[in-house]
Design a protein around this ligand. Structure first.
Ligand code: AMP
Ligand code: TRP
Length: 329
């Protein structure tokens, strides 16, 4: 019998997670748990590539764990663990940094260019080699598929290239993974500017909705969301991107297909549509936050410890083989 496909993904414990993170990444993971061997990590060593507060990081690690659980990740089905608790991740990152990763590739990474901005030479080396650590996360578990939002596709492509080059040099030892990106909702856009992705680090608080936002505040943000010209409700991403984004959010959080929504809102205007969407978002958040609030710190810590043990066993075995192929054992 073929063993099930292995899935790996992760989110950084930096900042509050938005409904974009949920729709683009985490909700996709929940659906995969029954079919595949799933490993979901809280990638804390990625969160220290930019300035951060240690106390805050500590808090966020448990918060993200609870968010995974509240979203429906079941630790009986999936491995949930903290990246830094399995030191083989950084060990493999070093090896891949020496074999398979080129400076020229890393310089092309959109996320690096965005985060480093003008001062590319004055940011940390870690921010630059961030995608190599991400490749190590993925390749350490013989991962076949990586469910992520659209913006992480480029990093998964790089992990593929690194795996292929490593295999060329040392013989077949790493599985070449592929990215899995949602057809709808892979890129939830800012509520105040539909040309930018919704981001937890946006300076305009009206542009995003946090999973842990106050319900009244979240509703107001929907009512304030920009819309395009026109008055009817129609799905036309090229010409009416703001409305298309709101329809996508409605569809994903309200479990109603977009064509169905367009039909249901025929003859109705933006006002009514937004009011209903605000209710859909509120209902989703209330349910989500109820689950979140019912998970204790102790429970989250126990999940991480059990996940650590499972991930560590896999990582230990894989690293032993890799140390042998590269000639240090
Ligand atoms: P990050 O917040 O960068 O750690 O991203 C965590 C996961 O959420 C990654 O898989 C991202 O691709 C995904 N993601 C982040 N922002 C969005 C967004 N606006 N729409 C869809 N997916 C997103
Ligand atoms: N870079 C990813 C992000 O910002 C997080 C991440 C780190 C990740 N390692 C990973 C995602 C491995 C998938 C697989 O969203």
């Amino acid at each position: 019998m073929n063993s099930p496909k292995t899935i790996f993904s992760g989110v950084q414990p930096s900042g509050n997670l938005t409904i974009g993170n949920y729709i683009g990444a985490i909700s996709q993971w929940v659906e995969m748990q029954d079919k595949y061997r799933c490993i979901f990590s809280i990638v804390d060593y990625h969160a220290i590539t930019v300035k951060y507060q240690p106390e805050e990081l500590k808090k966020r690690i448990l918060e993200i764990t609870k968010i995974y659980l509240a979203a429906g990740i079941d630790p009986k089905k999936s491995i949930v663990f903290q990246q830094s608790s399995v030191p083989e991740h950084t060990e493999l990152a070093w090896i891949l940094g020496c074999s398979g990763s080129y400076i020229a590739d890393l310089k092309k990474m959109t996320q690096f260019k965005d985060k480093a901005g003008e001062k590319q030479d004055a940011v940390s080396v870690g921010l630059f080699t961030y995608p190599v650590l991400m490749a190590a996360d993925i390749l350490l578990y013989d991962t076949q598929a990586v469910p992520v939002g659209d913006d992480q596709k480029q990093h998964v492509e790089l992990a593929r290239d690194i795996a292929k080059r490593f295999n060329n040099e040392y013989g077949p030892s790493l599985v070449v993974p592929e990215a899995i990106v949602r057809k709808e909702g892979a890129r939830i856009m800012s509520l105040s500017d539909p040309s930018k992705k919704m981001s937890k680090s946006d300076s305009n608080a009206n542009s995003y909705i946090f999973l842990l936002d106050d319900i009244a505040v979240a509703k107001k943000k929907i009512m304030k969301a920009v819309t395009d010209s026109g008055t009817d409700i129609d799905y036309d991403p090229a010409n009416r991107p703001a409305l298309a984004n709101l329809l996508t959010i409605y569809s994903q959080l309200g479990n109603r297909q977009i064509p169905r929504l367009v039909k249901d809102y025929q003859g109705k205007g933006y006002g009514e549509f937004k009011k209903d969407l605000a209710e859909v978002v509120a209902k989703f958040l209330i349910d989500f936050q109820n689950k979140f609030n019912n998970i204790s710190d102790e429970e989250a810590k126990a999940v991480l410890e059990s996940g650590r043990q499972q991930a560590a066993a896999l990582a230990r075995a894989k690293m032993e083989k890799i140390r042998q192929v590269i000639g240090v054992r």
